[in-house]
Write a new protein. Sequence first.
Length: 400
Amino acid sequence: TFRVAQRLADLPPPATIAMAQRARALKAEGVDVISLALGEPDFPSPPEAVEAAYAAGRAGDTRYPPVDGTIALKDAVIAKFRRDNGLDYARNQILIANGGKQIIFDAFMATLDPGDEVIVPAPYWVSYPLIAQMMGAVPVPVACQETDGFRLRPDALKAVLSPRTRWLVLNFPSNPTGAVMGPDDLAAIAEILRAYPDVLVLSDEIYEHLTFGDRVHASLAAVAPDLADRILTLNGVAKAYAMTGWRVGFAGGPAPLIAAMAKVQGNATSGVCTLAQAGAVAALNGDQSRIASMRDTYARRRDQVVGALRAIPGITCANPDGAFYAYPGIAALIGRTTPGGLVIDTDVTFAQTLLEEAHVSTVPGTAFGVSPHLRLSIAASDDQLASALDRISSFVAKLR
Ligand code: PLP
């Protein structure tokens, strides 16, 4: 019989993907499923990126790339960090990877030994603890409170730091909560970190451009430049430029860490597709005004979705300040029964039953470490969102 390695056998399947698979299967049967499960912008990629990829192919830019990224893309990333984040990196402090996800994989593979701890504020994006576990490390969740806008508080962080802590992960704006940490919030975290010189920080800023109202993103390495030699700033083109399928992510950080990560990547992939890198250069150097119009669209949808969720009896919802998700609480609905007699005992059952009976796919909060919640992506059309919320509302109304 087929046997997988222990490190894989120990790993739960990512719930985001499991729900998407079930939704796809239903769709294939002809069921009209509205998918709010995946974090995927519903906009087209910038035309200049598509053109640049074509041009690169026609020009014969089709050989192996440098493992750590093309000079052109590294320079575009350096310019981006300077322009958007006030950060100054040299070329040997930049790594280009197959998506932001590979940056995390590279970083953890390069630095984690079995038993090392990775602090992950919860609710968290599923990949941080899963990738840490793949390295034999121990994810240590630290709870962020809904009443606190799901920000990480210095006291909560202090309580979980240990001599085994190797990484602290920060992801603001947050997937799944949309929480944003302002400069003061980050400064308070930095102050704690000064007492722990061996702790590295992964600052995943992939949603930086998607903040609403007067909330603006701040980069940890800019707020605390004295810690920059142990901060890895992660970003990519997936969310800001609606380029999820291109698989281009990048990071800036201390040269020795970047070199170690490039070594991992050299053994894993030999670098990133040259055509995709050419497209990413065009996106980063091109027209940035689309970002603002995407942000306005998400802000409008956020108001629409949060308003509709709050109008459903039994559902609570914090107002996300950024990213493109809502993270409603469903505590009051746990223990209720469907007309068919099924007891909704957890958010997993709720999400599965909602998919089977109301044909809306979401992800249960269990996947992100804080229950009972659901994560809804608002990266869907206004019409889809309106019908999805109608369906959720009538599904809930039928629970007894
Ligand atoms: N970081 C966060 C918080 C994300 O939500 C995602 C994608 O869902 C990523 C990183 C990875 O993005 P990609 O690998 O598509 O660049």
